[in-house]
Design a binder for this molecule. Sequence first.
Ligand code: NAD
Length: 496
Amino acid sequence: MSTVASLDLLPEVIQFLAQRPQSSWVGGQTVQSTGQLTFASLDPGSGEKIADVADLDAAQVDQAVDDAGQAFPGWSGLSKQQRHEILQRLASAVEDRLPVIAQIESLEAGKIESQAHGDIQNFVDTLRYFIDLDAGVSNREPMTIAGHEAWSYRHPWGVCGFIFPWNFPFLLIGWGVSPALVAGNTVVIKPAEETSLSAIYLAQLATEVGVPNGVINVVTGRGETAGAALAGNSKIKRMSFTGSPEVGQLVGAACGRNLVPVKLELGGKGAAVIFEDVDIADTAEKLVNAITFHTGQVCCDATRWLIHKDVFDEFLDQCKACLEKIRIGHPLDPKTTMGPVVNKTQRNRVLGYQEKGVDEGAECLFGGGVAHVEGYSGNYVRPTLLKGSLKNTAAQEEIFGPVAYMASFETEEEAVAMANDTDYGLANSVWSTDKNRAARVAESMIAGNSWINAHNVFPLGVPYGGVNKSGLGGGVLSIETLMDYYRSVSVVRPLS
Ligand code: NAD
């Protein structure tokens, strides 16, 4: 059986993993759990332990919020230019260390290394995007109001809290904290238990490049203790949560009690509507890539494939041909095209939904069950295609694995109704060479995002967020997100 020690790790990664236990990072310093408690971080590809991580209690999280509060006047008091220069240094440092961070991320999240590279570069691009955007924001904005001199003045809020999931640990930190930091807020980040390491690395790097102590704090710990303490801290001025709808409700309720504005970026059950006029082979390849990308652990994935009845069989054959080529393996093996799911719980969830789907009448057209990878006892599953009525648990609930549920339609109206028959509302796609039809369908699907002839596309500047069970609070990645991290005071002087 292969072990982590036998993997070809970079010397910097080996050195970083030698820090035992891995500590939180608060006020520019390492923090261990008060009771010396830790939890294990595992390599999803081998099941082996790679680190022990400090398990902070609620009082320690409160202390981190206080430390971030103390750093706020200094950070927000810098000129925009000074702040931006420091953050540019952080972006460049992350870019310089990209292979190291990518390997840590790959090892801990089970993400194939080339994808991890893309995620880390995405962090850098996002941070630079928000720095550039903020450079053009004027804090004092005059208003033309008859009989009055009026303007609004933008201030940063103060301490902002962030709770993240395990599927895109580093990329989501970039999406979340970049607008907050450029605007002059300080942040407390709670990564998922499964993936604390890249966040810890980031906080250490931030201190190394001169981000003032207390501006970026990372509290590691369990959701129900550290996460709940952060969500319920009344000194937080803005909260952002990315994760499941179930925990999102708890975080939203805690913020509601303190009247803290909150962004909730939650799960999805996206549809891909495939019309009869598409290039079948090309569409099949792109959707197979979407469902196997990060082993289907992607909130906005296309997990319900709605296919025009005239091309269903041909589309299915092409998908099977593409799926046959998927190479399941350890995420650090360069030949791997699909890695493991993150942990045993997630594997059981994926297998459980497959079983329930079939019990409720779905047909398994491809795959199903666990995958065996020579030399590794990680959490591997086979990519799977199910087909049947959409009134099936596997067609309605988020599986978060490489499973697509297929159904056919006859008319455009039927396709839109099927796509909208869900509690979620994150992202869908429509596939057609008829531009008008594609635009019509894209606009009719109830979700934050509709893509045409593509799935999972995130150009910086296009708002990304969900509606209904997929979230609230305005989303991420755009000018609106930056404005969310400013509070405005309206100033009015009557002229007579
Ligand atoms: P999760 O909700 O179980 O956990 C997310 C985070 O919340 C973790 O850091 C966890 O420790 C913390 N947490 C758990 N209990 C808590 C509590 N009581 N109070 C406060 N925090 C608590 O989600 P997950 O399993 O890590 O991630 C998968 C989910 O995330 C999926 O539903 C996926 O669709 C969603 N997701 C959404 C987006 C998006 O942009 N919309 C992006 C990525 C993932």
